[in-house]
Design a protein. Structure first.
Length: 243
């Protein structure tokens, strides 16, 4: 089984410093949503997903107006099971940031409730839990908050979803693994502190950290790798063997 996680940075160009800054300003500090579509390029998101050819893909930083188009594109790539979850609101159009989990393998959505969010940048981008009956496996996609106190509260509620014997947790944790490993003592970090962000020109020389992680319980690693697209995050994937 191959799983992957990709923070698409709203489908915008995160590699350019100017584009990165103007895109984040448009999303988080402008009230009008009209400029979003002019800046986004969802074909780039779908292109890197197709290149990765994963069985399960988790996508972070999806603006809710992008969801329908991403669903259509994912369907064409063979993803039959697609679920989404709302994160915090942004100022642009009062829209939600979301996460999407798409799978070529049969799965069922397990609802996660009462996760605290803050309607500001870094306030938490959504949480999805899916159960795969054939594999007897749960895959949990997270986009955690950047503030320590809010992130700790989010992880505390997620603990109720860590009970299954076989679990994969993946996503944008918004912090290095060493800062959160005390929450995940029963899990293995199979992504191995791979630095995934930032790919942005100039910023990468001052901020180059492991923010995206894949953790497992009773699931063995075969291989781990990355791909680079237009986002300021790398796509992170793992080939896995279920115990």
């Amino acid at each position: 089984m191959r799983v992957a996680v990709y923070n698409q940075m709203f489908g915008m160009n995160g590699r350019s410093l100017i584009s990165n800054l103007t895109s984040h300003y448009t999303i988080h500090f402008q009230k009008h949503a009209g400029k979003i579509k002019k800046r986004e390029n969802l074909r780039e998101t779908l292109k890197i997903i197709e290149k990765t050819n994963s069985d399960v893909i988790g996508i972070c930083e999806v603006i809710e107006t992008q969801e329908e188009r991403l669903r259509k594109g994912l369907n064409k790539l063979g993803y039959k099971y697609i679920f989404s979850s709302k994160g915090h609101r942004i100022k642009a159009g009062n829209l939600h940031i979301k996460v999407i989990l798409a799978s070529k393998l049969k799965c069922e959505h397990v609802r996660i409730i009462n996760i605290p969010l803050e309607n500001k940048m870094g306030g938490g981008g959504g949480f999805i839990n899916c159960y795969f009956p054939k594999q007897k496996l749960n895959i949990i996609l997270v986009h955690l908050a950047s503030s320590i106190s809010l992130r700790d509260k989010q992880i505390e509620i997620l603990q109720d979803h860590f009970r299954n014997k076989k679990i994969i947790i993946m996503g944008d944790f918004n912090t290095c693994y060493d800062n959160i490993k005390h929450h995940f003592t029963k899990f293995n970090l199979i992504s191995g502190r791979v630095k995934t962000c930032s790919l942005t020109n100039f910023i990468r020389y001052f901020f180059w950290k492991d923010l995206d992680h894949i953790l497992t319980k009773n699931v063995n690693k075969i291989d781990v790798g990355t791909h680079e697209g237009k986002s300021d995050h790398k796509l992170l994937y793992a080939d896995l063997e279920l115990v």
